[in-house]
Design a protein around this ligand. Structure first.
Ligand code: SF4
Length: 615
């Protein structure tokens, strides 16, 4: 058994002492998959690093014990710890490209792991390495063993990482977001592989992830973290069917899917508190809809609830007779405002016909064009006024390139053929004033709210920039009034306009990006993965906002995403892309519930779903 007892981890940061993990206790049995879940910054990855004694230089274990089968890991000298790392506990990281040595053949890396941690040497170790590559599903392992990592796809590299970790014959594995960097079909294969190997070898698997759907299909037990603490531990089936902590309940209600269409997602207001502050009460209190006066001055403990469940919430304190029934049990709130536009309503606003985006392939010293790569290869679709078309597909399928081409961000970078008719005028033929007017009508929101806002500009200046260039006739007073109204519309306070982007959280920055797009009153917004860099609770806030704006202002969205749950929730129509082509399109429910194309079927089958057992 792997045990963590009362672990405290601290980091020295510019902003002060960060108490990254506080009072952590958990046990992992061999043969068990235990999932540590939580939103970014909650301390789950720091737990893994502490377990391996791989904390960053500014971090330290302030107190607590880590025991592997009774042996105190923290008391071991570094020389012995090296054989524990890999030998007793293996680790699989999120990004296989950075975990493998790019200048060593994969076989040499595998043989090194085998020779370090087992008695096998030379030819026998190489034989074993080939065996492991075969086990993890690398085709032609005898040949591929001599490949360098760059010759392998992301999924294959992660398989090699899994082979390397298991080849050392550890008893426990820590997998930190092992499939987050992979496409959904590859994720399904890698999760399958992990599940099979874990069962075959009776390993204890500590699965660290933010993805609740992945957890529900993999884990025996779940621990949910919030602001450096575990706040609920439960068998997976009980956690997903009847979570007890108000945060767990809110998190599950914030997940978008088809059943929540037409309703508002239950976004959790506010953000995770900074871990530099000293807490006097419950860390979740400022965001908890069930908070009581005592929650702000009494710190809850992780109280046992019978069986293997425990919850850190005053509502579940021992001796408390009345446990309030949380609103989690209630159905999601239906929105009382204007009903959504039906899938068939709305005239075509944007009509894309035979769009082809070709990039030149250059070679040699003179960079001569040797060929062309068709990133988008003759796609046609329509976006209707006031409705949402989701463009879905795996990375590299051409969905983002297609969106950028329409917003005119590909001019000069690629050759564009075909037509994109906005209200009957081809966007690709426009120049001068006509092009400026079209740019006002179509705006874009990017995936990364950190990279898409200039850090040196105040929010006011960022928002004003678009207004000045696209509505030059507006005077300064009118612009200020418009920007204050916009801030209000996207849920930002007026004083936000005078601040800089770094003062905001990811969700707030995405609100700023939405305000920037809205400033010029567009008819269509291209949303390029606008929520994929956000946590679930913040994603729900942004999706609610986008829906609300669509209802109020009749904006159409071209919504580019790989997240099928988001598509089910927000889209009226879907177009599925693969290798630059659309393989299937139609009304959302029809495509997602009755896919006709084999690729669409594979894609939808591979999407992890929350498996909530029936009572
Ligand atoms: Fe909410 Fe209070 Fe429970 Fe904290 S202790 S989760 S604030 S009810």
């Amino acid at each position: 058994m792997l045990e963590i007892k009362n672990l405290k981890v601290e980091l020295d940061a510019e902003s002060g002492l960060v108490r990254a993990i506080d009072s952590m206790r958990l046990t992992l049995q061999r043969g068990e998959t235990f999932a540590l879940v939580g939103e970014s910054g909650c301390g789950k990855s720091m737990t893994a690093l502490a377990l391996m004694r791989l904390l960053p230089e500014n971090g330290r274990i302030a107190s607590g014990d880590i025991l592997i089968d009774g042996q105190d890991v923290l008391a071991l000298p570094e020389s012995q710890m090296r054989s524990v790392r890999g030998g007793r506990i293996g680790m699989i990281f999120q990004e296989p490209s950075t975990s493998l040595n790019p200048v060593m053949r994969v076989g040499d890396q595998l043989v090194e792991a085998i020779e370090t941690h087992t008695a096998l040497r030379g030819a026998a170790a190489r034989e074993k390495a080939i065996d492991w590559l075969r086990k993890v599903g690398i085709p032609e392992p005898e040949r591929r063993i001599d490949d360098y990592p760059f010759r392998m796809s992301g999924g294959q590299k992660q398989r090699v990482m899994i082979a390397m970790t298991l080849a050392a014959e550890p008893d426990y594995i820590v997998a930190d977001e092992p499939t987050t960097a992979l496409d959904v079909t590859i994720q399904a294969q890698v999760l399958d592989l992990l599940r099979t190997l874990q069962q075959e070898h009776g390993l204890g698997l500590l699965l660290i992830t933010h993805d609740l759907a992945v957890v529900s299909g993999m884990a025996h037990r779940v621990a949910l973290m919030y602001a450096g603490q575990i706040i609920e531990v439960a068998p997976a089936a009980e956690f997903f069917s009847a979570p007890k902590h108000p945060y767990a309940q809110a998190l599950l209600r914030a997940l978008p899917d088809a059943s929540r269409r037409g309703t508002q997602l239950s976004a959790i207001p506010g953000t995770v508190p900074p871990l530099t502050q000293t807490f006097t009460g419950c860390r979740f209190a400022p965001r908890c809809e069930l908070a009581m006066p005592e929650c702000s001055h009494t710190q809850p403990e992780l109280w046992e609830q019978g069986g293997t469940r425990s919850v850190r919430c005053l509502l579940h304190a021992p001796g408390r007779s009345t446990v309030m029934v949380p609103p989690a049990a209630q159905a999601p709130r239906a929105t009382a405002t204007t009903p959504e536009t039906g899938a068939t309503a709305g005239a075509p606003l944007l009509e894309v016909r035979g769009l082809r985006v070709r990039f030149p392939i250059r070679k040699g010293v003179l960079q001569r064009v040797h060929g062309w790569f068709d990133a988008v290869d003759g796609v046609s679709y329509q976006v209707r006024a006031g409705q949402t078309l989701a463009l879905v597909g795996e990375s590299g399928c051409g969905k983002t390139t297609s969106g950028k081409a329409i917003v005119q961000l590909m001019r000069g970078l690629a050759t564009i053929e075909g037509e994109a008719l906005l209200n009957g005028r081809n966007l690709f033929d426009l120049t001068g004033d006509a092009l400026r007017a079209a740019r006002r009508d179509i705006q874009i929101i990017f995936q990364d709210p950190f990279a898409s806002l200039d850090p040196r500009m105040r929010v006011f200046d960022i928002l004003e920039e678009g207004l000045v260039s696209l509505q030059p006739d507006m005077d300064a007073a009118a612009r200020r009034a418009r920007l204050e109204q916009l801030a209000d519309q996207v849920g930002l306070r007026k004083d936000a306009l005078e601040r800089y982007p770094h003062e905001f959280s990811g969700g707030q920055r995405q609100r700023i990006a939405i305000a920037r797009a809205l400033a010029v009153r567009p008819k269509l917004i291209v949303c390029d993965e606008p929520t994929s860099a956000l946590d679930v609770s913040v994603q729900a806030q942004i999706l609610n906002l986008l829906k609300e704006l669509q209802r109020e202002m009749g904006i159409a969205y071209l919504f580019i995403t790989h997240n099928i749950g988001v598509v089910e929730y927000i889209a009226d129509h879907v177009a599925v892309m693969r290798s630059g082509k659309i393989v299937e399109q139609g009304a959302c429910a029809q495509v997602l519930e009755h896919p006709q194309d084999p690729y669409t079927k594979r894609l939808i089958d591979a999407v992890p779903r929350l498996l909530i057992p029936a009572h």
